[in-house]
Design a protein around this ligand. Structure first.
Ligand code: COA
Length: 677
């Protein structure tokens, strides 16, 4: 079906794009636009309007086409033809005008947006620069400063901001097309095209200064800097030269590893909320949430639910705990107000939607009850039993646990099909990841409802089966274990941290442990000790640190030491000696590791654990694992997640690295079938 309709209304061309879901400029849309322009000129139309059906104007190029060779007509040519057309073209803008859509708007002669329309050049988020003049026309329209900011950050701006910067002719509350009609009626001659405009000069060091701050934030991603470079071309060359350079760079970047990884992440983010098990299952309506436990986790979960417009009742053990929980949640809401995340009215509404008490009877009308108490099986079991006495039979019973088996937590519950694990990450009102843990009893509606809650509270929900640590912490355990083997064999914490930061992670494993505290890991290792394979190599350096009460930043020392009131890790001789002594005692000849060796082995063990997680049916798809690591553990998005990164390295290469890892620590790894050679 042709996604572009042409209609001549008494000398005014009406071109309607109807290409759901987001009116992306697929090949058929590009061809349709050309055809419509030819028709308008043939019909001697003086003016024309381009509008889009559905909830948005064109929201970009069709990302699914980016992996294939570009097909004619090419977008820059379509927009050039539009700009050079004798017809005066207007665009009626609504929704999210992004990438190729924004470029289309810039090439038109008259731009009118509905109030609330948002604009942006998100190509940078896909490892790209715009491909149809975005970096060349935008500086001509709104100045190089705003253009460089938008192109390098991918952030969206509101129509009013764009209007104030000179990028729109009008922003209107209603009757978009009527307003455009009037503007076109009064347009006597062809307006100056965007590409003909001059760019106001910027300070000599403007781009270089911006590049320094952008590079720091990019943490290895290349596209942000390249976008600045492309905007700079607009200030140095004429339009046609700049456009050719931009297009060449865009096409080259489409084939780059970073762009392929970022496109994988884009689609994975949309697929992750649709696991096969909940296909065609509808979620139950959710309005009331009960949270048990008002500590850091419970308060964060409450704040996340309140921000989504849900009613939250928090249960604590006694009056003083209720007061403390109340203060904690109010503090989070006040923080949101102070940072401008919510308005005064929003703050009041959330305060009103929140209540707190010590009586389980208040949970009678809840749709989902989430226990977020201390990580202790008996305590959690008791909370579940208490909740089950009061909540409706069809209400969902959720446990926020990082390691315990939700099935066991619900062992005494009559209808276990409504039990689900909801593993939030701390701080729960900020961190994006939510592992949704299905036991063998959990029914599909409970899962669908959990996914719908995740979406509502703006989390990336990922389905996980039951295993020690679920997807994320099971992966983390393998990663840390390999780190410890490297330490014992000759690396230092600071070298491993630096290597993983260079890989793109915000922090290395040891500085991260110091930040989050070493106690949880210690407790886990003790818990796992009875079931650990006797042949598995066990490095006890972390235990020794804990025995010395070096629990990380909060205790003033851990893998590093910390000066008072300073969070910067300082290399500590005592730790180096401890590691050295450990190696000596175990007869290990310490040797040097290159950063590459460290990175390779750390990623290979992650990929191996991920492959085993798939073999064990804990995750449904590799993309689920990638989403866990990107949204819960800071894995660089531009690497696409560990599974995608390993695929990029190639199975044979990963298998070879794993063979070396295996040789260095015999009988310690189970190699996934995929990597057995
Ligand atoms: N090309 C192809 N498909 C796209 C697309 C694009 N540019 N933008 C969105 N889609 C698809 C999504 O994959 C999703 O498909 P699905 O329903 O099969 O999962 C669907 O459109 C809806 O997108 P979604 O993101 O779930 O909807 P939303 O309403 O939350 O957000 C946007 C809409 C437009 C804001 C968001 O999709 C977006 O940011 N898209 C990317 C825009 C972009 O990067 N453009 C520049 C490309 S160079």
């Amino acid at each position: 079906m042709n996604p572009v309709f042409y209609h001549n209304d008494s000398g005014r061309a009406w071109v309607t794009i109807d290409n759901p879901p987001v009116n992306a400029t697929s090949q058929a849309v590009r061809a349709g636009l050309i055809e419509a322009m030819v028709s308008a000129e043939r019909d001697n139309c003086r003016t024309g309007v381009i509008v889009c059906l559905g909830k948005t104007f064109v929201a970009g190029g069709d990302i699914s086409e980016f992996g294939k060779p570009p097909q004619e007509p090419h977008l820059p040519d379509v927009y050039w033809q539009l700009e050079q057309s004798p017809v005066i073209w207007a665009v009626a803008l609504h929704g999210t005008v992004l990438g190729g859509g924004f470029e289309l708007a810039m090439a038109a002669h008259v731009r009118v947006a509905a109030t609330g329309t948002r604009f942006g050049l998100p190509e940078v988020n896909l490892g790209l620069v715009p491909g149809a003049g975005g970096t060349q026309r935008l500086p001509r329209l709104v100045g190089a400063e705003l253009a460089a900011d938008l192109a390098s950050s991918g952030r969206m701006i509101d129509a009013q901001v764009l209007f104030d910067a000179g990028g729109l002719d009008a922003v209107v509350d209603d009757d978009l097309e009527g307003h455009i009609g009037k503007l076109l009626d009064s347009a006597s001659s062809h307006p100056l095209t965007t590409s003909e405009r001059n760019i106001l000069p910027v300070a000599d060091d403007y781009f270089s200064t911006l590049a320094v701050s952008v590079e720091k934030k990019a943490k290895g991603a290349k596209a942000p800097l390249l976008n600045i470079e492309a905007v700079k071309w607009a200030t140095e060359t004429d339009f046609s030269e700049g456009q050719v350079r931009e297009r060449q760079l865009h096409l080259a970047l489409r084939d780059s590893e970073q762009s392929i990884a970022l496109r994988h992440a884009f689609f994975a983010e949309r697929l992750v909320s649709k696991p096969a098990v909940i296909k065609n299952v509808s979620a139950a309506a959710v309005k009331h949430i009960t949270v048990v436990g008002g500590g850091l986790m419970g308060a964060g979960i409450s704040a996340a639910c309140l921000a989504a417009g849900l009613n939250v009742h928090l249960i604590e053990v006694d009056e003083s705990a209720v007061t403390a929980a109340n203060e904690r949640v109010t503090g989070l809401l006040q923080g949101a107000l102070k940072r401008g995340k919510i308005t005064e009215a929003g703050f009041e509404a959330q305060r009103k939607a929140f209540s707190c008490g010590d009586d389980y009877r208040a949970s009678a009308n809840t749709d989902i009850a989430i226990e977020a108490v201390f990580e202790d099986m008996r305590v959690k079991q008791k909370v579940f039993v208490e909740l089950a006495k009061h909540i409706r039979d069809d209400a969902i019973l959720a446990t926020n646990t990082s390691y315990l088996n939700p099935e066991e937590i619900g062992a005494d519950i009559k209808n276990p099909q409504r039990i689900v694990g909801l593993h939030f990450f701390s701080p729960a009102h900020i961190m994006k990841l939510l592992e949704i843990v299905a036991t063998k009893h959990t029914n599909e509606q409970a899962l669908a409802t959990a996914f719908s809650l995740a979406k509502r509270i703006r989390k990336v929900g990922v389905l996980s089966g039951v295993c020690d640590g679920f997807i994320g912490n099971r992966m983390l355990a393998a990663y840390r274990r390999q780190g410890d083997y490297l330490l014992a064999d000759g690396a230092t914490p600071q070298q491993i941290d630096a290597a993983m930061r260079a890989y793109g992670l915000p922090m290395g494993p040891y500085e991260l442990q110091d930040l989050t505290g070493l106690q949880i890991g210690w407790a886990n290792r003790k818990r796992q000790a009875p079931t650990r394979a006797a042949t598995e190599r066990y490095v006890s350096i972390a235990d020794q640190l804990c025995e010395k009460e070096r629990f990380g930043q909060r205790s003033g020392s851990g893998w590093y030491r910390y000066e008072s009131n300073n969070r910067s890790p300082v290399v500590d001789d005592e730790v180096e000696q401890l590691i050295q002594a450990y190696s000596n005692k175990n007869g290990i000849q310490r040797r040097a590791f290159t950063d590459q060796e460290i990175q390779d082995s750390m990623i290979a063990v992650l990929a191996n654990e991920g492959a085993r997680i798939l073999e064990d049916d804990i995750a449904e798809r590799a993309l689920d694992i990638d989403m866990v690591k990107i949204h819960g553990y800071g894995f660089p998005r531009w690497r696409g997640g560990p599974m995608h990164a390993a695929d990029t390295m190639g199975d044979d290469a990963v298998a070879a690295i794993l063979a070396t890892v295996d040789k260095q620590s015999p009988n310690s790894w189970v190699i996934a079938k995929k990597y057995q050679r």
